[in-house]
Design a protein around this ligand. Structure first.
Ligand SMILES: Cc1cc2nc3c(=O)[nH]c(=O)nc-3n(C[C@H](O)[C@H](O)[C@H](O)COP(=O)(O)O)c2cc1C
Length: 143
């Protein structure tokens, strides 16, 4: 079974409330559970960063829902490629409030390197530098 992972950043629509975010997550987790999709969503109050992974079909379904959501705009894809390993298999969508600087750092060109890394190292199941940074951040939040 082929696995895929997608990472993107987007901008939340103005006036998004905590209740909206809670609703989004409940909805997303229910769909992800069925689709076998896992990952993390980071939010700094204005922008989202999301990394999600799973079987091709499930990821495609989740991505379509994400792209169609009215809760954010300006979605910019950072990474979209086949992967060998699921890194967030315990999280049908973990979520964390983050500093803007963390989100900014994760959304820089490092994910471009991720794509190159994956092409070069497709045989390896190891995490790229960009993914390692995300995993390290997530590990700190959830020791
Ligand atoms: C930042 C963000 C992340 C989302 N993540 C997921 C997800 O992981 N899986 C999923 O099925 N839907 C996801 N969605 C879709 C939301 O669950 C859905 O948009 C929300 O429940 C409200 O729907 P609406 O914006 O179309 O009215 C996401 C939406 C946004 C804005």
């Amino acid at each position: 079974m082929s696995l895929r992972a997608v990472a993107y950043v987007s901008t939340a629509v103005a006036g998004l409330s905590t209740a909206d975010l809670d609703h989004l997550l409940v909805d997303a987790r229910a769909h992800n559970q069925v689709a076998g999709v896992t990952g993390v969503l980071l939010f700094d109050g204005q922008r989202f960063f999301q990394y999600f992974e799973g079987p091709e079909e499930g990821v495609a379904r989740a991505y379509e829902r994400i792209r169609n959501s009215h809760m954010h705009v300006d979605l910019r894809e950072l990474h979209n490629d086949v992967v060998q390993t699921l890194h967030f298999s315990q999280w049908h969508m973990g979520c964390s409030h983050t500093e803007g600087s963390v989100l900014q750092q994760l959304s820089t060109q490092q994910w471009q390197r991720e794509a190159e890394f994956l092409q070069d190292e497709l045989e390896q199941a190891g995490a790229s530098p960009a993914l390692q940074e995300l995993l390290a951040f997530w590990g700190q939040q959830n020791p």
